[in-house]
Design a protein. Structure first.
Length: 102
């Protein structure tokens, strides 16, 4: 749901809550999300350290952003359309039309 969450992840969740709803991705790895913003923590979730599928970003211990790896991540649907692994031009057209629906 735009601006609320993605799949089982909801913006504002704590780190432990995010880890609990991603049991099939048991290999979280912490990383510095951006040296310019040291308060931002990134976590990679995947089936192995070499295959991260979901990147979760936290400020103050609360989820505020999610990115899904197009190769190793889960499929992400929006209004019945799979967003992962489609062409960027196709995705842009879909999102521009979806914006008009809202």
């Amino acid at each position: 749901m735009p601006l609320e969450g993605i799949g089982p992840l909801w913006f504002g969740m704590g780190i432990a809550e995010v880890a609990a709803v991603l049991p099939s991705m048991p290999e979280p790895r912490r990383f510095q999300a951006d040296p310019s913003f040291p308060e931002t923590l990134g976590l990679e979730f995947g089936t192995s350290p070499a295959e991260p599928g979901v990147y979760a970003y936290f400020v103050g211990g609360r989820l505020f952003c999610v990115a899904v790896d197009a190769v190793h991540g889960p499929q992400v649907p929006l209004w019945g359309r799979e967003l992962t692994a489609c062409s960027p031009a196709d995705l842009e057209r879909f999102l521009l039309q979806a914006h008009d629906w809202g």
